[in-house]
Structures are given as structure tokens and as C-alpha cells.
Design a protein. Structure first.
Length: 144
């Protein structure tokens, strides 16, 4: 059963998706799937190649921006910014719980000048607490 949680009109997150969820993503109008989970993190879960092949079979774009134990970096935010700028429709991003995907989206939004309170509120509505990330969001928003 899919657990797609919207953060904005064009970006949603999910905990680990299944191959079947890819077809559901297509049915719900997503144009791209972004994998934020490193391959091998959970060997029993579908790996990036599996999800990428399922996405291709459904006519969806697929990209991987893995976020491991090292955390977030500017190149990862840059990669998401590029995907967002080039997107032809809504994006579904996933990781183990959806938290890393939410954090990456929030960091990109803050760096791009979006209202930090609005970012935090959108995440909370989707079930994600950004309070620990708030200082970094404020710093990125202030760096504009």
C-alpha cells in the first residue's frame, strides 16, 4: 500500500516503496521517482536498479541521490535543485522512512529562498518533524 505524503503540489515523499508502488505513483500523476536510499542499506528492500527498471517500464523518470550515514552535502542539494528545475511533473522521493527525502527537500527549499516556517509546516503536515534541522534551514535561508 502506497504511503505518498505531499510536501508541496509538485513534491511528495514516501517511506521505502515497492515495485507495485511505482505503478501507483504513475496512476497518481507523478513524473519522476527520486531514490534517496543508498543501495545495500537494506538488502531485502528493492534496490535502485529494481525501482529504476520499474519506473522506466511505467514511463517515469528515475534518479538517485543517495543519502547515507555521512548526511547531507551541497552536491546533494544541487542535484535535487537540478531535478526540480528540469521536472516535467510531480516528483516522488523516497528513503527508508521518508525523513531523509523530506530533509533534502527542505534544505533545497530554504536555500532557494522559500519561507522556512512554511517549509517546516509542510513537513509537519506530512508527519515529519524538522525542529532539529531548523537552525540549518534558517542559516541556508539567510545565506541568500
Amino acid at each position: 500500500m502506497s504511503d505518498f505524503r505531499p510536501l508541496s503540489a509538485d513534491f511528495s515523499v514516501a517511506p521505502q516503496i515497492s515495485i507495485e508502488d511505482v505503478a501507483e505513483a504513475k496512476a497518481q500523476g507523478f513524473a519522476m521517482i527520486v531514490n534517496n536510499r543508498p543501495d545495500g542499506e537494506e538488502p531485502a528492500a528493492p534496490q535502485g536498479l529494481d525501482i529504476g527498471q520499474a519506473a522506466a517500464a511505467e514511463g517515469l523518470a528515475y534518479a538517485a541521490i543517495p543519502i547515507g550515514h555521512a548526511g547531507f552535502s551541497h552536491p546533494q542539494i544541487d542535484a535535487l535543485d537540478t531535478l526540480l528545475a528540469d521536472a516535467t511533473g510531480p516528483i516522488l522521493a523516497y528513503c527508508r522512512s521518508g525523513t531523509r527525502s523530506t530533509h533534502l527537500w527542505a534544505l533545497a527549499q530554504a536555500r532557494g529562498g522559500k519561507d522556512v516556517d512554511g517549509i517546516v509546516e509542510a513537513a509537519a503536515k506530512a508527519g515529519y518533524d524538522l525542529s532539529g534541522l531548523r537552525p540549518m534551514l534558517d542559516a541556508l535561508a539567510g545565506d541568500r
